[in-house]
Design a protein around this ligand. Structure first.
Ligand code: RP5
Length: 168
């Protein structure tokens, strides 16, 4: 069976940003493929992968890249599958350059962009999972359970804080 999500990074140096994404996809039992493909350094291979992604059975594509990050745009130009972009921070403009590269898509070719860094990696995976959950009731229930678990952790932290504050 083919993987549901393709996770593409512009460089191997982007890998740490994607650790949270892999963790989330694993947690939800969502199959994925991870590849290093660059919009600038391997434009032919990137375009080939994107063009064949639908036929290969992928449902969502996640692209992480830094600097003049055209990876998400190039992928979105070659497929109608949803593309989620994760800006990666690099010198000297931090993540502003890659954020704008992902966000500033011309009308007609969208790239859904999450925040930069590790939070972006986690959220990109969760967003991909929520897209897949549209056609998968079990996955939708698992997402609801995850949200509840998260809420419970916040409520527990709040209860603990109240107890600590009362001590003084
Ligand atoms: C981008 O250039 C990559 O996505 C990476 O974030 C950045 C720097 O790449 P390396 O020089 O670390 O390979 O294409």
């Amino acid at each position: 069976m083919s993987a549901s999500v393709a996770v593409i990074m512009g460089s191997r140096s982007d890998l740490p940003i994607l650790e949270g994404a892999f963790k989330m996809l694993d947690r939800f039992g969502v199959s994925y493929t991870a590849r290093v493909l660059s919009a600038h350094r391997t434009p032919v291979e990137a375009a080939e992968f994107a063009s064949g992604a639908e036929a290969a059975g992928y449902k969502v594509i996640i692209c992480a890249a830094g600097m003049a990050a055209h990876l998400g745009g190039v992928f979105a130009a070659h497929t109608v599958l949803p593309v989620i972009g994760i800006p990666v921070a690099s010198e000297p403009f931090n993540a502003l350059d890659s954020l704008l590269s992902f966000v500033q898509m011309p009308p007609g070719i969208p790239v859904a962009t999450v925040t930069a860094g590790k939070a972006g990696g986690k959220n990109a995976a969760l967003y991909a999972i929520s897209i897949l959950a549209l056609g998968d009731a079990k996955l939708r229930e698992a997402l609801k359970a995850f949200r509840k678990e998260q809420a419970d952790a916040v409520l527990k932290a709040d209860a603990e804080l109240q107890t600590e504050l009362k001590k003084d």
